[in-house]
Design a protein around this ligand. Structure first.
Ligand SMILES: Cc1ncc(COP(=O)(O)O)c(C=O)c1O
Length: 447
């Protein structure tokens, strides 16, 4: 039996099913740059980057060196009681990287999820209001606060309620599958008018909204890029009504979309930026960077975690920022992203399965449909394409049912990206020709 199969078989008896969304039995042994090697020695080109985490590539030598040096000095001393220098240096960096020229503070955590819980706490404390607004199909994480903000799949609600009270979801403008049946751009700002009349003029008094939490590009919803007016409109609304605009960049941050933070595409200045995932190249770390007065609204010990702001993770984050700057990975993401987008759009001319290609930088969604008119999601076909790519040595998963998720490490070599795109092209053809059997779907759960 292959080692992968053996390990996966054991995993299935020991680890709870809710801990994973399974695609294929890949057991990682090593990674470098944009390649991953499994325990059976097979090498893959990675189009997932560990879910938009490994932006600097796997085991970047500078990041590994920073981690090793700090681990040798001391692995942890909790910032809940003492101080360490990396925490302060990293906070300074994050303050200068984020939009907005005003005094800021930085609140550290361990995961995107706990960062979003922090958002709810600080927004309520600062505004003295309880209502927090987020969007349908958003994903904000798995702790109770983050789950309450999320609205992605019934499995993240089922059996676990009740959730936090006073959290409301409103539609996010998805111009490919418009909830209001309109076509962009002829709809202009019809969706905002609908949101206002259905929510803010009925169940959600704007003067009671503490915060609006928004992914500037919805990630797990299938890479949904909002129309140009939307984020400026949210900023205007929040300013008018004294609500906080929370820019949730856990998936989009650190160069993923061709900017340091995706919100920069719209020139909007948020009150709070939420970051996680790529911040420390895979070490557990998250941060809220916010107007100082907001993060001064709670008193000690209202918001501390023993291992938050761990020095090894902070050292990794400082090295990550240096690598992104020095290797010009933000620019690389924009350039390679454009190249990939153009190639995928050309594939769309040849593959009826492709309904839409969208995204920014190296964060691209390829939405597969059974029929271009009805836009019915081709969920099984998307899973089969991922399986075929896996067989051919390319790591690709689908989310939002039908959307292929293309988010490689930003360091991916041009030749590897080219190769991986060719493999997607071939796999689409093979799925369209019925060459990938239904049997492969057994064990594939998928988002
Ligand atoms: C936009 C967004 N927010 C929050 C999270 C949750 O982050 P974590 O899994 O680190 O708690 C994710 C993870 O996929 C995400 O994509």
């Amino acid at each position: 039996m292959m080692r992968s199969r053996e390990i996966v078989a054991k995993d299935q008896t020991l680890i709870p099913p809710a801990f994973r969304v399974s695609y294929f039995p890949l057991v990682v042994q090593e990674g470098t740059g944009a390649t991953v090697t499994d325990v059976d020695g097979r090498v893959y080109i990675d189009l997932l980057a560990s879910a938009a985490v490994s932006n600097t590539g796997h085991a970047h030598p500078r990041v590994v060196d920073a981690i090793t040096r700090q681990a040798k000095a001391f692995i942890h001393y909790t910032p809940a009681y003492m101080y360490h220098e990396h925490l302060v240096r990293l906070a300074e960096q994050l303050v200068s990287l984020t939009p907005g020229e005003f005094p800021k503070r930085v609140r550290f955590g361990l995961s995107g999820s706990d960062a979003n819980d922090g958002v709810i706490k600080f927004a309520r404390a600062y505004t003295g209001r309880q209502k927090v607004v987020s969007f349908f199909r958003s994903y904000h994480g798995s702790t109770y606060g983050a789950l309450s903000l999320s609205a992605i799949t019934p499995n993240m609600r089922r059996k676990m309620g009740p959730f936090l009270p006073e959290i409301y979801h409103i539609p996010f403008p998805d111009c490919y599958r418009c909830s209001f049946g309109r076509d962009y751009p002829s709809c202009e700002e019809f969706c905002w008018e609908q949101i206002e009349s259905s929510y803010f003029q009925t169940i959600l008094p704007p003067d009671e909204v503490a915060a609006i939490v928004v992914e500037p590009i919805q990630g797990d919803a299938g890479i949904i890029v909002p129309p140009p007016f939307f984020l400026p409109q949210l900023r205007k609304f929040c300013t008018e009504h004294g609500s906080l605009l929370v820019d949730e960049e856990i998936q989009t941050g650190f160069g993923r979309t061709g900017k340091w933070f995706a919100i920069e595409y719209w020139g909007v200045i948020p009150d709070i930026v939420v970051m996680g995932k790529a911040i420390a190249s895979g070490m557990p770390l998250s941060a809220l960077v916010a107007r100082a007065d907001i993060l001064e609204a709670l008193e000690p010990p209202a918001d501390l975690f023993t291992c938050a702001g761990n020095p090894v993770a902070c050292a990794a984050a400082l090295a990550t920022i240096e690598v992104i700057r020095e290797e010009r990975l933000v620019e690389r993401s924009a350039k390679l992203g454009q190249y990939a987008m153009d190639r995928l759009l050309k594939m769309k001319d040849r593959h009826q399965l492709i309904g839409d290609v969208r995204g920014k930088g190296l964060s691209i969604g390829v939405d597969l449909v059974k029929n271009r008119q009805s836009k019915e999601r081709a969920v099984k076909e998307a899973l089969k394409v991922c399986w075929r790519c896996y067989e051919k040595g390319v790591l690709l998963i689908s989310f939002s049912g039908s959307v292929l998720r293309i988010q490689p490490p930003l360091v991916i070599a041009e030749g590897d990206l080219e190769y991986a795109l060719n493999v997607i092209d071939e796999s689409l053809t093979e799925v369209e020709k019925g060459m990938v059997p239904d049997a492969v779907l057994e064990g594939m759960v998928g988002w």
